[in-house]
Design a protein around this ligand. Structure first.
Ligand SMILES: [Zn+2]
Length: 155
């Protein structure tokens, strides 16, 4: 665990100059925030999970290449990494029971819309049902997101 937390701190340290020099938009483009959050999780599971070890190596490669990517605006490489980062998040979700930020609200808005359609159909007024359904969905989603956050399960 010590080696991993050292790796995490090093990774954050390497990202620091980019966070202070790149614009907010560019930081988003290179997903620096997500990268940090994913790094913390991957470091956490590294010892018990081979895939997380692999992701950890890839994050290190990403961070080391970041300077070049920014300098050359290498979009091909950036998109490759974006895809891998997405896979990492998916792995953290399926294997380690974590959830992305705002996951439940997004999910429950669509469930709520379905419920709203049913409510609307029952009342004979579709236009009235949908906003009610969405409101229910947002309320449930926010509750579940808050719980996930409290349990430290949010990526
Ligand atoms: Zn893992």
């Amino acid at each position: 665990m010590k080696a991993n937390s050292r790796w995490y701190e090093e990774t954050i340290g390497k990202l620091e100059p980019y966070k202070s020099s790149l614009s907010k938009r560019e930081q988003k483009k290179y997903q620096l925030d997500l990268l940090e959050r994913v790094s913390r999780r991957v470091a956490e599971f590294n010892e018990e999970c081979g895939e997380c070890q692999l992701f950890q190596q890839e994050i290190t490669a990403y961070v080391n290449e970041l300077g070049n990517m920014v300098h050359l605006s290498d979009n091909t490489r950036r998109k490759q990494y974006r895809r891998r980062l997405k896979q990492t998040v998916r792995h953290l979700q399926s294997q380690h029971k974590l959830v992305p930020k705002g996951h439940h609200v997004g999910l429950w808005i669509s469930i709520g819309t379905g419920i709203g359609v049913a409510i609307g159909a029952a009342m004979g007024k579709t236009g009235v049902g949908i906003p009610i359904g969405i409101a229910i969905g947002v309320a449930i989603g926010m509750m579940l997101d808050a719980r996930a956050k409290k349990e430290d399960r949010v990526i």
